[in-house]
Design a protein around this ligand. Sequence first.
Ligand SMILES: [Zn+2]
Length: 368
Amino acid sequence: MTIDDVSPLERWVDALNRKVELGEGLEFSAVQLARQLNEPDIASLTAFLAKLVALGSATEFTAYTCPMSSCRKTLPSGVDPVACPFCRVTFIEEGVTPTSEQFFRLTGEISRDIRWMVVIHGMNSRAPWQEAFSWEIANLLKYSAPVLIYKYGWATYEVLFPGIHRRMAKSLGRRIRIAIGRARAANLPDRPDVIAHSFGTRLFSLVLQDPEFADLRFGRVITAGSIIRPDFDWKRHFRDGRVEAVLNHVAAKDGAVPFAVWAIPGTGPGGKVGYMAQQVLNVRNLQYGHSSFFEDQHLPALIGENGLWRSFFTRPLKPLRDDGVFVQKDAWQPPARWRIITARAGGCIAIAAVVLASLWLLKLSLCW
Ligand SMILES: [Zn+2]
């Protein structure tokens, strides 16, 4: 179908829907819109816009336009039009009067700015992507606020002990609280957006659950390679206003997430099967593995113009679409306790065997 086969009405509807979807260019006069759409029939377009107002999809207001031919900008509303703030012409001095024009405003959500951001990485990821990633993200931020990349050192056997998780989460929560305090002091929004990966998702979930941090509120949250349980009570955190939105990015080829439930107490394969809470947006990528999100060949597509992550952070949520969106309807059950205990005991024996073998090899080499 070429553009000529589409009726003008369909074209207008598509163009306006796109504006609402992007949250951009929501205010315009009929003449401006006609110019944008290459539409010669301004009268019909004006009638169409009036119909939108009657239907409640748009509102109408009068705005003044700078009469200087070199400027013609729309003047800020609510101010007596005596001068143009753009070309700095005073109208009386120039002997001109600003022209008034009927404007329309689409009543869609407006796109938001990415605030400052907390990034919580996975275990032992000191990969070069972290620097490239924080640089890319910092370039997207509206405010020159830092990206807080939370580091928790070299975690190894610690992940086996829930008590240590909680201690690490406490340290993360306190660090975030300090950052929120600084944001407030600098008049920045006090709800950071969050990107959490792998073991970082576990720590973030513990911060949400910890009563000590009930005052911490977050903007939009992305979990990638998540080891949060699929039945995690996101609903409660939405209801309590702790999170504004959650995107769970699932990697279909994730080989690490399914093991988490066997090795790390309190976790589950959220990054493989999705979250069951209906408030969460689950998106599956069929090509990705556990850390693909941050690799050079994928990251630019995620946070670049129209990328999924960027769109999630900045655009109205309702129309957000991706081919990988899915709803996790099946109830998820953690494996039986005895199976987990058996698996962990087996794991411990294997680790002990490796340690003993290394010591033995070390002794051999020292003897030589
Ligand atoms: Zn002007």
